[in-house]
Design a protein. Structure first.
Length: 93
């Protein structure tokens, strides 16, 4: 539900797969996957703290930071497109 996007944390996972050829002492990236998950921002009624705390992981270097920023911008753009599409497809009242 696009209207509830403010009620979730977005978690981005990047997976890189490598092929290694030991005989030639070389390896190369064979594939890369990017996943974005939405996790509900629910708080414990007792403590007021998140039921599912999400750890913030920072990049190790500037290249990782640029990749992360690029993915965040792409996710925001996708959210904007999804919102516009949902509004366009909503039944007229």
């Amino acid at each position: 539900d696009v209207e509830r996007m403010q009620d979730v944390w977005l978690v981005h996972v990047e997976v890189e797969t490598w092929v290694t050829v030991p005989e030639e002492a070389k390896s190369q990236v064979s594939n890369q996957f990017n996943f974005t998950f939405a996790v509900a921002r629910e708080e414990s009624k007792d403590s007021g703290k998140p039921d599912h705390p999400i750890r913030r992981i920072l990049p190790n270097n500037i290249d990782q930071a640029r990749r992360m920023a690029s993915r965040m911008i792409a996710d925001e753009e996708q959210r904007r497109i999804d919102t516009e599409t949902a509004l366009d497809e909503a039944p007229a009242k």
